[in-house]
Design a protein around this ligand. Structure first.
Ligand code: USQ
Length: 398
């Protein structure tokens, strides 16, 4: 498959470039390096010492990967020319700002939505114009659904409206409709807007679209990162770090593991290597023309509290003095709730989970211990301050 990856310098993008190139696919990628800049602006850095863009260029070239500087949101003409010249069979859209807390900073809400909508928009247009048979694989999020008191299907569901009086008639009727999206941040809302645009592009332009509703990814390496120069980034600050990755960095430097509120928040998680395996399967089994295919991409579900204790257990076994601390929840979210997710499509395609969460956490702790000094230097970014109300005050231990 000829694959063009938008957002190729990020956590998932760089990992996917290496993964696909190692498996015989023809790969090109582009990025505007904004993730590097935003993490620096938030006062942090990647825990792993990633190669600079200039140093990544020859590493990519040596693997036959074309690697370009381009801004998906800001340069639609350049994106169109790239699609025209590379003639991809598939484009993977990762070029979005992926942070819920960042999107709740007063004044940044629209920056996130504008970037995320514009980048997908320029890719959809480029495909429509220059590669109408190309498969668009867009990264959405499980957070689009929120935490309804219902099992979450893969995108669409039968809806039964019971006994609604319209005029003088009582109606009870079913239809297949998009499952309700209830995002909990302006970032998650941007992904919902993306889903709506993708569904419409499939329906009206005939684009072949896969909309991945991915859970929280964790892990700091894959089998393709055979040398430290090939490592992908791993963020641990309150904005761009995510639950397990942050917990492991905290454990490595003996900082309390920060469970927000009661910790009953349950989410779908999957290791980085499994995210790569799933996207490869999706690329090798494309959606049909005019199809908006929604896939829930998770390995299994856990509460944040359970995960914190798994990280603590694995860290203690490695002699790290880890402890779990509950702190005020800066977010507006349910802390105890029902959560059941249907995630069958990838299993049908052949997805086999590679490892258990405990084993992957252990591997992460061993790798991250090598970069303890880098994490220690940014200890101040571990306690969250950005509240969903817009206020910025450090969260206290409860
Ligand atoms: N949480 C903690 N302690 C922390 C960090 C997070 O208790 O130190 C809790 C949060 O309150 C939340 C849960 O862990 O309930 C997940 O938070 P997260 O920061 O790991 O993930 P989230 O903000 O939901 O977003 C991340 C990625 C995003 C992706 C999403 C998948 O940043 O790009 O879309 O995971 S999902 O969560 O399924 O929507």
């Amino acid at each position: 498959v000829r694959v063009l990856i938008a957002g190729a310098d990020g956590y998932l993008g760089w990992s996917l470039l290496l993964h696909l190139a190692a498996r015989g696919h023809v790969v090109a990628g582009f990025d505007n390096l904004s993730r590097r800049a935003r993490v620096r602006e938030m006062g942090s850095d990647s825990a792993t010492p990633i190669a600079s863009w200039a140093a990544r260029l020859p590493l990519a070239e040596a693997r036959g990967i074309e690697f370009l500087l381009a801004d998906a949101a800001g340069s639609p003409d350049l994106i169109a020319a790239t699609v025209r010249d590379f003639k991809p069979d598939a484009v993977v859209q990762f070029a979005e700002i992926p942070s819920a807390p960042y999107s709740m900073i007063p004044g940044r809400e629209w920056e996130v939505q504008q970037n995320n909508l514009a980048s997908t928009w320029s890719i959809m247009n480029a495909i429509r114009k220059h590669a109408p048979d190309c498969h668009l694989v867009k990264l959405g999020t499980m957070g689009e659904y929120g935490t309804p008191n219902l099992p979450i299907p893969e995108g669409y569901a039968e809806m039964l409206v019971v006994n609604r009086r319209v005029g003088s008639v009582d109606w009870s009727q079913t239809d297949t409709v998009p499952f309700p999206r209830q995002p909990g941040s302006f970032y998650h809302a941007s992904k919902v807007h993306g889903t709506i645009n993708l569904a419409l592009a499939a329906k009206t332009w005939g684009l072949a679209c896969t909309d991945i509703q991915q859970g929280v990814v964790f892990g700091c390496e894959t089998a393709d990162m055979t040398h430290p120069d090939l490592l992908t980034r791993l963020d641990f600050d309150e904005y761009f770090g995510t639950a397990i990755n942050r917990f492991c960095c905290q454990a490595v430097i003996g900082h309390p593991i920060t469970v927000y509120g009661k910790g009953g928040q349950t989410r779908g998680f999957l290791p980085l290597a499994d995210s790569m395996q799933c996207i490869q399967l999706i690329l090798e089994n494309p959606a049909g023309a005019g199809e908006h295919r929604v896939i829930n991409q998770i390995e299994s579900t856990y509460s944040v509290r359970e995960l914190a204790h798994i990280v603590r257990r694995e860290a203690l076994n490695l002699g790290m003095p880890a402890r779990v601390s509950h702190i005020d929840n800066p977010r507006d979210e349910a802390e105890e709730h029902f959560y059941q997710v249907e995630a069958e499509k990838l299993r049908v395609m052949g997805y086999v989970p590679s490892t258990g969460v405990g084993a992957e956490v252990r591997r992460m702790l061993i790798t991250l211990a090598k970069y303890k000094d880098r994490i220690e230097k940014f200890r101040h970014v571990l306690v969250p301050q950005q509240h969903w109300s817009g206020e910025k005050i450090p969260c206290a231990t409860t």
